[in-house]
Ligand binder design. Structure first.
Ligand SMILES: [Zn+2]
Ligand SMILES: [Zn+2]
Length: 347
């Protein structure tokens, strides 16, 4: 089968590789759509500790069951499916505590290689995190299950309500997915990004206010007078901040925009070995919660699946175009230049 190999940062090659065959409990999925993701882009630009090179990559996908191993009952050949590329082991110390997203084996047992004709899913994923794609969803929409699960996980413990105020920092694919979920809940959403084209996309997708970072530094200092003048009469600072850039300096500044008692969710992963500094008085007397978020549990995936099936989010609007397997390099070259949000790779 044909599979894209990321040889080193900046270089992707389509190679003929061994045809995988499912063993007991496994399924072989013929990929219909695989989506580019921020993690893939980081790997393409500078390498990534979780994406070894040279190696296959791509982890957001949907497709059709091509072969099943013995003992697989829930799926049969020809079924249209959507899935994520990990599942917890259910036996480690974190799994015993039901903190499944932090399972000690979740990253070691992940599956990469969605930018290919086929992907082989192991039994622990087949059992927990593969779903039948309903007919009302396109394969493009179904491929959003993985990134949406991450975003669902970050919001799961927050109890966000209609009318709450949220600021999303970074209008890349993950920031925009935050926007779609927040608008679905009925929150007021402001978005910040340094690229005006991404901000106009955010506006199109329903953001109430958009700002360029130059402006946010000058103007949005709590309690954010421009927003009050803009019509948010009861605004006292954001209830929630979602940091989606993965830059330490932005992690630090994000705390400036949250109201007393509010929560800053740190979604964007920074380069390893970076550190941040916060004003202790602000965290202590204003009771600010700083919350890291990583990956997802099977219940987050189920929730994301249901949200997609409802069809109200309109996730396909985040797809900027599609490329054949052979042109995967082109899609990443464009992303590296800041062009487009997500691309669909279609074998
Ligand atoms: Zn991803
Ligand atoms: Zn585990």
């Amino acid at each position: 089968m044909l599979a894209n190999i990321i040889v080193k940062p900046g270089k992707i090659e389509l190679r003929d590789t061994k045809n995988p065959s499912p063993c007991s409990g496994e399924i072989l999925v013929q990929i219909r759509v695989a989506l580019t993701c921020g993690t893939d882009l980081k790997a393409f630009k500078r390498g990534h500790p979780m994406i070894p090179m040279p190696g296959v990559f791509g982890h957001e996908f949907s497709g059709i069951v091509a072969k099943t191993g013995t003992g697989v009952r829930r799926f049969k050949v020809g079924d249209e499916i959507m899935a994520v590329h990990t599942a917890p082991c259910l036996s480690c110390r974190y799994c015993q505590k039901k903190i499944y997203n932090l399972c000690e084996k979740i990253m070691d047992t992940k599956v990469l290689g969605a930018f290919a004709e086929y992907i082989l899913l192991p039994p622990h994923i087949v059992k927990q995190n593969v779903f039948h794609k309903p007919k009302n969803l396109t394969f493009e929409e179904a491929a959003f299950l993985e990134p949406l699960s991450c975003v669902v996980h970050g919001m799961e413990s927050l109890d966000i309500k209609k009318g709450d105020y949220a600021l999303v920092i970074g209008a890349g694919p993950i920031g925009l997915l935050h926007l779609l979920l927040l608008k679905n809940i009925g929150a007021h959403v402001a978005m910040v990004d340094k690229h005006n084209n991404k901000l106009s996309m955010a506006k199109k997708l329903g953001a109430d206010f958009v700002f360029n970072p130059g402006k946010i530094e000058q103007k949005i200092i709590p309690p954010c007078p421009p927003l009050v003048n803009g019509g948010w009469g009861d605004f006292i600072g954001f209830d929630y901040i979602f940091e989606c850039t993965g830059m330490p300096e932005v992690w630090e500044k994000s705390v400036n925009y949250v109201r007393k008692g509010g929560t800053v969710t740190l979604f964007g992963g920074c380069k390893s070995d970076t550190t941040v500094t916060y004003d202790t008085g602000r965290l202590h007397y204003d009771e600010i919660t700083l919350k890291g978020t990583f990956h997802y549990t099977p219940s987050d995936v189920t929730k994301a699946y249901k949200l997609l099936c409802e069809g109200r989010l309109g996730v396909s609007r985040l797809i900027s175009g599609s490329y054949s397997l052979k042109k995967t390099q082109k899609a990443f070259d464009r992303l590296a230049k800041g062009k487009g949000i997500k691309y669909a790779i279609m074998p």
